[in-house]
Design a protein around this ligand. Structure first.
Ligand code: ADP
Ligand code: ZN
Ligand code: ZN
Length: 829
């Protein structure tokens, strides 16, 4: 888009002209002087006005989006005003298309890429997002409809977010409008208006004479002026008018005269003093960084000063004070006028951590609010937080996965804490990974991205190893105490001793009883995936593993078969252990309930609380239990990993992991990695106060690498060993994995089409993709819907996703079949 301006032209004056720039003829130009809002360049061109035959020298102003020649303004008309601005809009209407509209003059000043608009489609109004400014290539501009409404005066998506949406749409093979909808909070998606109130304050002070005159001529005005004069702060207009029984005209007159100012202010629902900031009083004073922290912080400062895209992996052992390093970086980013996104896993968003962070952040930037983004926000609260960021009132957001889409302006820093957390991956469309999206957004925004963890994902670690990311390390705990001792209990021996299945080993029971007597607390972890159905021999620890894929086979009850999820290999489920011939085969893990009962038997007087997704479905229950635990009202907390992250309980001196094996033997090539992460993170939870901690790990396979390396929290040792294995099997990070899921009511049909499709993919993409399957999904049927699946391995993920998407569009699918692509899946079970 561009506008033509000549000195002396008045606002809104229109000109149809014939302009040349750089010697190129560029057609007829419409000009509206007042509209030049965001301008990048200023060039002199010559212009001749048709009809009037005037030649004049004029300035042509480009917005940064427009190029000469691709402008929507350039259409001829017969010496009358033709058109101004044309925008291409992505409608949020369930289809992927860019539609063009003309922009009425009064909207032009605020209209920009990323603006949220209401536009007519067929006979209805829909919301849409401005994706480009400029005319369509193949549609007569005269026939374009007109934008009906510009919802906000600021863009709903920043430029980097819009580009990010496009990237996500391509990378995750998901419609653009679905991505855009994910990026916008529900009220914005519904075009919610902004609630504003008007305030009145004294403008220009009137002299005594003036006031006296006013009192005679317009007593109402004088009364209002006097009232305001006595106030310290601006007053609500509606209130003032009611109190004086005056009309709005009285205010208008005073405003015109300059004696009173009218201030428009947004009404906010959250005062930012919800219960997330109460709780314990936290010291806002930063500790002095130790030399290791300082070195990391300085390195980040240097990156921030460069104002260029950069990714740093901060590997710091548990308790090494990573948060302080992030905070220094955040401070620097804010001080240089930039914005910040700070991502944490949802479960880490406890009132304590949020209060701590908010306290510190608000001390860093006293004039700026910190927006907190979590799943317990009401729609109104979320909307207010979003608005504060979109309008630039707030520049920092702390939140879970979806906070990566917060419309933070001038983004300069993204921190992803606990970057290895699978919770960053969204399990529904768009199936994005928050960490990967964070890296991409940083790239698009030219920002610095910090990924932090005590147990980095092997993806990130290998990026650091190859030099793509920079690696910074914190090797010492802040209190210089060594990590707690890890006691590995061999459950095979335990079972022999007790002649049967035990849930809790002698070691663990003794340790728990000792804690109870000393009034210290215990956390018992059970694997979230305790119900996965792999097969394990309790005598020798043997697990049936697929020889092609090196992941454990899954037991399928319906036909009593063991099957590999990746390649579909299958055989009859054995009745005895194939290795030691023992009949003691266990199919499932333990549930939290069973463990809770076992604890009750050995600690009858203790207060025990269970925490898993079943018991925690009620809102606030999670926070309530954690509150009680912190207050010392609970002796033993039994739960899944959800209690593990970001929690800091000084009185917890014992952590038990009841069945370390389950996580190792889920049919997932990341099983070892998950187990190692779990063990190290769990150990890091114990003994954080001034008391030493102890960790008890129960396992049937104590020799496993994940367990051995975790005893000394040897991340690098583990990573090197595991990467070698991944390399041998060409698993991620050496190749990308794509999961294709087929669903439908008829299993034969699913099988048939999945196989036909696989053949087609093999024929077209066989040189770039390795296929495994198709095979029935681990859970073959959910709510009467059957499921099949197919896996693709590739080194060229971007290209392959695009090809798959295209191929998928050309393939004839039956109507009753749904298929979904999941790129870089994290959940293989
Ligand atoms: P991490 O995230 O690396 O596990 P945290 O950032 O939670 O560790 O820090 C652990 C504890 O140490 C926190 O209570 C924090 O306030 C404290 N801490 C961090 N840095 C210092 C320091 N330089 N001096 C004293 N205490 C510190
Ligand atoms: Zn055995
Ligand atoms: Zn296999």
């Amino acid at each position: 888009m561009f506008f033509l301006r000549k000195r002396g032209f008045e606002n809104r004056q229109a000109l149809v002209g014939h302009a040349q720039a750089f010697g190129h003829e560029i057609g007829f130009v419409f000009f509206a002087g007042g509209v030049v809002a965001h301008v990048a360049n200023l060039i002199l061109v010559s212009t001749s006005v048709k009809g009037a035959h005037v030649r004049l020298s004029a300035r042509i102003l480009f917005s940064e989006t427009g190029e000469i020649g691709d402008s929507g303004l350039l259409r001829r008309g017969r010496g009358v005003v033709i058109r101004g601005m044309i925008v291409g809009v992505h409608p949020l209407a369930g289809f992927d298309k860019l539609l063009h509209y003309r922009v009425p003059e009064h909207m032009r000043a605020d209209m920009q890429v990323g603006s949220l608009v209401r536009v007519p489609i067929v006979n209805r109004m829909h919301l849409g997002l401005v994706g480009e400014i400029g005319a369509p290539k193949d549609f007569p501009v005269e026939k374009l409809k007109i934008v009906a409404q510009l919802i906000y005066s600021f863009p709903a998506l920043t430029r980097d977010l819009l580009e990010l949406a496009r990237w996500m749409s391509a990378y995750y093979a998901c419609p653009l409008d679905a991505v855009i909808e994910t990026m916008l909070p529900a009220p914005v998606r519904n075009g919610a208006g902004i609630k504003e109130e008007k305030l009145l304050a004294i403008g220009k002070k009137l002299s005594a004479e003036e006031l006296e005159q006013l009192t005679k001529r317009a007593p109402q005005q004088a009364k209002l002026y006097r009232l305001l004069e006595q106030q310290f702060k601006p007053q609500k207009k509606s209130l003032v008018l009611t109190r004086l029984g005056a009309t709005a005209a009285v205010v208008s007159a005073l405003v015109k005269r300059g004696a009173v100012r009218e201030i428009v202010q947004r009404v906010e629902r959250v005062a930012y003093d919800d219960d997330w900031s109460t709780g314990e009083i936290v010291a806002a004073l930063p500790p002095t960084l130790n030399p290791e922290q300082l070195a990391c912080a300085d390195a980040l400062t240097a990156s921030l000063n460069e104002q260029k895209f950069n990714v740093t992996l901060l590997h710091g052992v548990t308790g090494s004070g990573k948060t302080e390093v992030y905070l220094r970086a955040i401070h620097d980013a804010l001080a240089s006028g930039g914005g910040v996104v700070f991502l944490v896993p949802e479960v880490a968003l406890t009132p304590q951590t949020v209060a701590r962070l908010r306290g510190r952040l608000e001390a860093i930037a006293p004039n700026h609010k910190t927006v907190v983004w979590h799943s317990h926000l009401s729609e109104g609260e979320r909307f207010d937080g979003w608005l504060a960021l979109a309008t630039g009132e707030a520049r920092v957001v702390v939140g879970a996965r979806s906070a990566i889409f917060a419309p933070v302006r001038d983004l300069r820093l993204i921190v992803v804490d606990e970057e290895h957390e699978p919770a960053y991956k969204q399990d529904e469309t768009p199936r994005y990974h928050g960490r990967d999206v964070a890296v991409m957004r940083a790239k698009l925004a030219g920002a610095v991205c910090v990924l932090g963890s005590a147990t980095p994902s092997l993806e990130s670690y290998s990026n650091a190893r190859s030099g793509r990311y920079r690696l910074l390390q914190l090797t010492q705990r802040v209190d210089s105490r060594s990590l707690p001792a890890i006691d590995v209990v061999d459950m095979r021996i335990e079972i022999m001793r007790s002649r049967g299945l035990t849930t809790l080993s002698r070691t663990l029971v003794n340790a728990m009883q000792a804690r109870f007597e000393r009034k210290e607390q215990t956390i018992l972890f059970i694997n979230r995936r305790g119900y996965s159905s792999s097969m394990m021999c309790t005598e020798c620890g043997h697990i049936e593993v697929c020889e092609h894929c090196s992941i454990s086979m899954t037991y399928h009850r319906t036909d009593e078969k063991l099957r590999c999820h990746l390649c579909g290999a299958e055989h009859q489920a054995p009745m005895t252990c194939p290795k030691c011939r023992s009949p003691k085969i266990r199919w499932r893990g333990l549930g939290t309930q069973r463990v809770e009962e076992a604890v009750r038997r050995v600690l009858p007087r203790a207060t025990i609380e269970r925490m898993d997704t079943d018991t925690m479905s009620k809102k606030n229950r999670f926070r309530e239990v954690l509150g009680h635990f912190r207050a010392g009202k609970i002796d033993v907390l039994v739960g899944t990993q959800m209690i593990g992250k970001g929690l800091d309980f000084p009185n917890v001196t014992l952590v038990g992991l009841v069945d370390a094996d389950i996580s190792m033997h889920i049919p997932d090539f990341r099983a070892n990695e998950r187990t190692f992460q779990l063990l190290v993170q769990v150990a890091g939870r114990s003994g954080r106060g001034d008391r030493a901690g102890e960790v008890v790990v129960q396992t049937f396979t104590p020799q496993a690498e994940a367990i051995q390396f975790s005893r000394h929290a040897d991340f690098v040792g583990f990573a090197e060993a595991e990467l070698k294995l991944r390399h041998d099997f060409k698993y991620p990070p050496y190749r990308h994995l794509i999961h294709h899921i087929f669903r439908g009511p008829n299993p034969e049909k699913l099988k048939f089409y999945a196989e036909q499709w696989a053949k087609r993919v093999e024929a077209v993409l066989g040189d770039r993709v390795e296929l495994r399957g198709p095979s029935p999904s681990p859970i073959e049927k959910i709510k009467d819907e059957y499921r099949w699946q197919l896996w693709y391995f590739t080194t060229q993920v971007t290209k392959v996703v695009a090809d798959l998407a295209k191929l998928r569009g050309e393939f004839t699918w039956p109507d009753d079949m749904i298929q979904v692509l999941d790129v870089d899946p994290t959940n293989l079970t």
